[in-house]
Design a protein around this ligand. Structure first.
Ligand SMILES: NC(=O)c1ccc[n+]([C@@H]2O[C@H](COP(=O)([O-])OP(=O)(O)OC[C@H]3O[C@@H](n4cnc5c(N)ncnc54)[C@H](O)[C@@H]3O)[C@@H](O)[C@H]2O)c1
Length: 436
């Protein structure tokens, strides 16, 4: 049978404010996308997490990506019943794509989302995957599940697309409504429709990838490239520690060359840069190629927490009271998933130190439930620590005055500045400083 244009959206002029879009998975990616698309289209958001949907209905976004006035002003609707999305012309899937304990892709949430969407898929609809995947997942894994659960044939009854998400949580500059959106579809017509949909929502324009697998591959190498570049800087940092040099000083100096790449050392956590390279390595392995450089980069970056803890330990004399400032995986976000600060904390504890942890952005209950860490709530009450570790560059820590830091630490104590946030701060009271 000849491939047809999706019937519900036939002809580019049919993309209109009446176009119905369902967003499946309302997390860091799905919610901002849904709110942005809802300015132009009829949007419904579906999530399996009933608590999340309840909060969103009340105007509260626990990821802090969308503030309450913007959420309340949005025309989008929320549901935990997939049947409510049955009229959607386009389903956009934005569910997590983590790795399992062996660092193998865990596609269960994505498969679950496809199994949920299939039965409610109307004829001619498009299913777009936005989750980060390795090349082939949309067509070779999602497609067959959607076929089996919808009873329709991919490319005839319904159509596939892939459009990678590129936003950085906490980044208020490169937001979903401003960045270039890569689009790809199973047919030219599908790609055109997606370019119209996403083009309406972003001022950054769209880029039509040659095909779906190219778009999937492009996303996964964007993050693998960052991981490898950071691994190089982290390895250089390990060398410079042995030579008694600060990596930040060296990088500042080297950065004066026009083509020196701007990466800083540190922990690589979260669910993108520290995860996506494993997706590419997995697909490489299936194809008979061992992804040596990619996996070496992962190994170096995953070893940074222990490296930093060992450096701090070497600067301390005996068992110490240590205050770690920051627990989330990056600055100014509440996201604790795959945070590598926990590696520093556990190694310091294993070495016999007493470690307290503070993070005003992290959820206290999540820290306890997922990391078994009790967060200290009020910095003002703290004093007499042997060492303070600046682990995450939250603005609230950047803004601490020297006196505030000195007030928390014993005379002659240690400030371990992992993110280089206090490089230009002068401490008194004989306070020593260690930085990468
Ligand atoms: N967070 C980022 O910065 C970022 C950036 C670019 C790409 N990505 C990619 O986007 C995808 C989503 O990431 P995220 O950070 O938004 O994840 P997230 O965990 O914040 O949100 C995912 C949401 O999906 C829901 N969910 C899980 N399974 C579901 C299902 N079967 N049906 C419906 N909802 C389901 C969860 O309840 C959750 O609310 C991942 O593939 C990630 O790699 C993330």
């Amino acid at each position: 049978m000849a491939k047809t244009v999706p019937s519900a959206l036939k002809g580019r002029d049919k993309v209109s404010s009446k176009t119905k879009i369902s967003i499946v998975g309302l997390g860091y990616v799905g919610l901002p996308l849904a709110v942005t698309l809802a300015k132009h289209f009829d949007v419904i958001g579906f999530d399996v997490n009933t608590e999340r949907v309840k909060e969103l209905r009340q105007g509260y976004d626990r990821t802090f990506e969308i503030d309450t006035p913007a959420l309340r002003a949005s025309s989008m609707r929320f549901t935990t019943d997939i049947a409510d999305t049955k009229d959607a012309d386009i389903h956009i899937i934005t569910v997590p794509t983590p790795v399992d304990p062996d660092n193998k892709p865990d596609l269960e949430p994505l498969k679950g989302a496809c199994s949920a969407v299939g039965p409610v898929l109307k004829e001619g609809a498009i299913v777009v995957v936005e989750s980060t995947v390795y090349p082939g997942v949309t067509e070779d894994i999602c497609g067959p599940i959607l076929e089996a659960t919808s009873g329709m044939t991919s490319g005839e009854g319904f159509f596939l697309g892939y459009s990678p998400e590129r936003i950085n949580p906490g980044d208020k500059v490169h937001t979903v409504d401003k960045i270039i959106k890569v689009v790809s579809g199973q047919t030219e017509e599908v790609t055109d429709i997606l370019a119209d949909i996403y083009g309406a929502a972003t001022s950054g324009g769209t880029f039509r990838a040659r095909n779906i697998k190219t778009a999937e591959a492009a996303k996964v190498i964007e993050n693998a490239q960052r991981d490898i570049n950071i691994a190089f800087v982290n390895e250089a940092t390990m060398i410079f520690q042995k030579l008694g040099l600060s990596a930040y000083d060296v990088l500042e100096t080297a950065g004066t060359k026009w083509n020196f790449l701007n990466f800083t050392p540190g922990l690589v956590g979260g669910h993108c840069i520290g995860i996506d390279p494993f997706y590419l390595a997995h697909r490489a392995n299936e194809a008979g190629h061992f992804a040596d450089l990619i996996l070496t980069g992962r190994r170096i970056n995953d070893s940074m927490g222990k490296f930093i803890a060992d450096c701090i330990h070497a600067k301390l004399s005996g068992k110490s009271r240590i205050l770690v400032l920051g627990l989330t995986f990056k600055e100014n976000v509440p996201d604790l998933r795959n945070t590598k600060v926990k590696d520093i904390i556990s190694v310091l504890r294993e070495l016999g130190h007493q470690v307290d942890v503070h993070d005003p952005l992290a959820d206290k209950d999540e820290a306890k439930q997922f990391l078994d860490i009790d967060l200290i709530e009020n910095l003002a009450d703290l004093s007499e620590y042997d060492a303070i570790v600046g682990a995450v560059a939250h603005s609230v820590y950047r803004d601490l005055s020297p006196a505030a830091i000195e007030g928390m630490i014993k005379d002659g104590g240690l400030v371990a500045d992992i993110k280089g946030i206090w490089r230009d701060t002068d401490f008194s009271n004989g306070i020593k400083r260690w930085q990468l």
